[in-house]
Ligand binder design. Sequence first.
Ligand SMILES: Nc1ncnc2c1ncn2[C@@H]1O[C@H](COP(=O)(O)OP(=O)(O)OP(=O)(O)O)[C@@H](O)[C@H]1O
Ligand SMILES: [Mg+2]
Length: 277
Amino acid sequence: MAGRRKFGAVGVACPLLVTSRDGELLILQPWAIETSGLTKAFGDFCAVKDVTLRVRRGAIHALIGPNGAGKTTLFNLLTRFLPPTAGTIVINGQDVTTLAPAEIARRGVARSFQISSVFPHLTAHENVRVALQRDLKTFYQFWRSDRSLAVLDARADALLESVGITAFAQTRAADLPYGRKRALEIATTLALDPSILLLDEPMAGLGMEDIEKISDLVVSVAQGRTVLMVEHNLRVVARLCSTITVLQRGEILVEGAYDDVSRNPAVIEAYMGQGHA
Ligand SMILES: Nc1ncnc2c1ncn2[C@@H]1O[C@H](COP(=O)(O)OP(=O)(O)OP(=O)(O)O)[C@@H](O)[C@H]1O
Ligand SMILES: [Mg+2]
């Protein structure tokens, strides 16, 4: 991927210089995601209000905030599952505000869901294959020849290996241990080799040991990608995320590095005071 090998930075707010595959020098915007005045109203209620968010290319960026703050709604806007009421969304320097969800996916944005999105009666391998077949090109190739089928199987195997669940390939998703199921969900989001991953509470419901494993997995899949993740576990956020945006009642309350954000009195009152730590 041309944009993934960072050549050098010319300053914090300036574009990055990168080299393309054939050695050409390219200029890339430093932001993978930029929203401006992003707003979503449901009737009189504003779930996301005037959100101007910038996610740096290559970062693991946390989105935190109390229940109902608008985190999932913001993901729904970024993936165009919901149309915004106002504001703009720019992905990798291109305005995608009015595009269809499939177009956003084609521009390299994939998401995981807060509620498990794998097919419980399919095996881990079958789930990943279904995700691979969402790529229409693969889908048609899939029907064309046995060789395509083999390619698809090999890609599914590689994805399962990349999230460390090769041993569970033939296990039905419903029978997977919870942490492994989360790893499978991440594998399905990686099917189209996205450059931007939106993870909605990837650690939800996990015990300590699984949290460690999935944290390591997030760091590993973040290599060469940008990750925006909703996460309630502040220890995970402190360990993984370079920047934290705190949402409250649909608005950005504060943004910055963990040490700054966690000391902010408004954050302590709005979020950490509620026993989420
Ligand atoms: N389709 C909808 N219609 C009406 N209200 C909605 C809709 N989707 C979300 N909301 C409301 O918008 C607010 C934000 O919801 P959202 O799911 O984005 O919060 P969240 O920050 O993800 O919360 P949680 O931490 O509980 O997942 C909530 O009050 C929710 O009830
Ligand atoms: Mg949510």
